[in-house]
Design a protein around this ligand. Structure first.
Ligand code: CA
Length: 433
């Protein structure tokens, strides 16, 4: 047997699991997915590495202790409170664990299926578990790579005829974000205070943000960094990516508008960034690889890669006011619309010699599609508050109100199954007084 055909077998659409909930076509975590995260549960509050399967979590620390998971490194990487040590073992180790788990969880493998004692030790119901930030994040970078988003923002604030600045179509524009305030899904988000410049006043006032917004993004996690002074070639870049998450880059539009010239956003973005708890590996996303949009002008040579480098990931955003029973879907779009690919973002990020480290998080930039209901921010959906959104329950919205719960969801649709990301949610708390 060779490793590549074993890896291919983990993607086989017909493969089923003895964990019955994983075979439900609407479940995000079939045996083809196997995303990694960090969890604890009510019987064991130690954080450890888990993999989602159906409505369950398989405890990799317990599997390894039972001798069911072999790694070439003897290092103990699963009884840890972050994934960093496991990720640092490299792509061969990620793939080996994926192949072993896929076999163990397949309906025709008896080892765990028929051992009630072992199952009790190594499976935890997701409903009984708490999910934690999956990685320690040394650095967070945010890009601006959706042509539709950049065009909308440029039209709104500059000139609809020249919405894109000349540099936009030559490079993946990005900035260094703030890693310390990246939080896991479910963490409440407090409305920030800051400087607001009202149009009829000469000086700013200090107060609570009045234009609090979301940015629908995905993020990728660096699995293999590069040394200082050693750029990552575009064609090699995907091998440095461990996997992807959903990401909400909460944004204070009024604070941003006053502070962003000339160095870009600062307090408008640094108060919180929410990510989904499960990291879906690029190996799991492989069947959903599609062509990226045609790039014109042709990028400079260091941004060239052959083949297809986008992924067909359905994305949606729902908003539920605190008093409402039902959430309203406010946007639906797809990651495949992104103009610049993750590989190009990473090649550009490192071309100057900037180093990246295991666990670094790279935001895609707001993902907007071509139509008015596919925009990834309220700024665009309501055209800077001029066109309020009608909710199913709870009135209308221009920007976010206290008590609003925002949830991003994302999945790849296979034939009879979906490789999902789960959700990325946060509720808005009132500003501090
Ligand atoms: Ca952003």
């Amino acid at each position: 047997m060779n490793a590549l055909s074993d890896l291919q077998a983990t993607l086989e659409p017909s493969r089923k699991s003895w964990v019955e909930s994983a075979n439900d076509s609407a479940n995000n975590f079939p045996v083809q997915n196997l995303p990694f995260g960090i969890f604890s549960d009510r019987h064991n509050d130690a954080r450890r590495v888990g993999v989602a399967i159906g409505d369950e979590i398989v405890d990799l620390a317990a599997l390894q202790a039972a001798g069911l998971l072999n790694l070439s490194s003897k290092a103990d990487v699963f009884a840890r409170d972050t994934l960093n040590d496991f990720i640092a073992l490299g792509r061969d180790a990620w793939r080996s664990v994926r192949i072993q788990l896929s076999k163990l969880l397949s309906s025709d493998t008896a080892t765990l299926r028929d051992d009630a004692d072992l199952r009790a030790k190594s499976l935890v119901h997701q409903a009984d578990a708490q999910l934690h930030l999956p990685v320690q994040i040394p650095g967070y970078t945010d890009f601006y790579s959706s042509k539709e988003h950049a065009t909308n923002v440029g039209s709104m604030f500059r000139d609809p005829k020249n919405a894109l600045l000349p540099n936009w179509s030559e490079m993946p524009i990005g900035y260094n974000g703030r890693a310390s305030s990246v939080v896991v899904s479910g963490t409440p988000v407090r409305r920030p205070n800051g400087q607001l410049k009202l149009p009829d006043q000469e000086r700013p006032v200090f107060g609570a943000c009045r234009k609090l917004d979301i940015e629908l993004e995905t993020g990728f996690v660096i699995g293999g960094g590069n040394g200082l002074g050693e750029p990552i070639a575009c064609a090699e870049a995907e091998a440095h990516i461990f996997g992807m998450v959903l990401l909400n880059d909460w944004s204070a539009r009024d604070i941003q508008q006053w502070e962003y010239v000339p160095l870009g956003p600062f307090n408008a973005k640094t108060f919180a960034t929410t990510i989904s708890p499960w990291i879906v590996t690029l190996d799991a996303l492989e069947p959903f690889r599609v062509a990226q949009p045609v790039q014109e002008p042709q990028p400079l040579a260091y941004l060239h890669h052959d083949g297809e480098h986008a992924f067909d990931i359905h994305l949606e955003v729902t908003l539920r006011p605190r008093e409402a029973k039902q959430a309203s879907t406010i946007a639906r779009t797809n990651f495949r619309h992104m103009y610049w690919t993750m590989a190009q973002q990473l090649a550009h990020h490192t071309v100057s010699g900037c180093n990246t480290r295991v666990g670094d998080l790279m935001g895609s930039g707001t993902i907007s599609g071509p139509t008015g209901d596919s925009y990834g921010s309220l700024l665009e959906l309501t055209w800077n508050g001029k066109k309020p959104l009608e909710l199913r329950e709870g009135g209308t919205r221009t920007f976010l109100e206290d008590g609003d719960e925002l949830t991003l969801a994302g999945w790849c649709q296979g034939d009879g199954y979906r490789v999902g990301f789960g959700t990325c949610a946060g509720e808005i708390l009132p500003a501090r007084r």
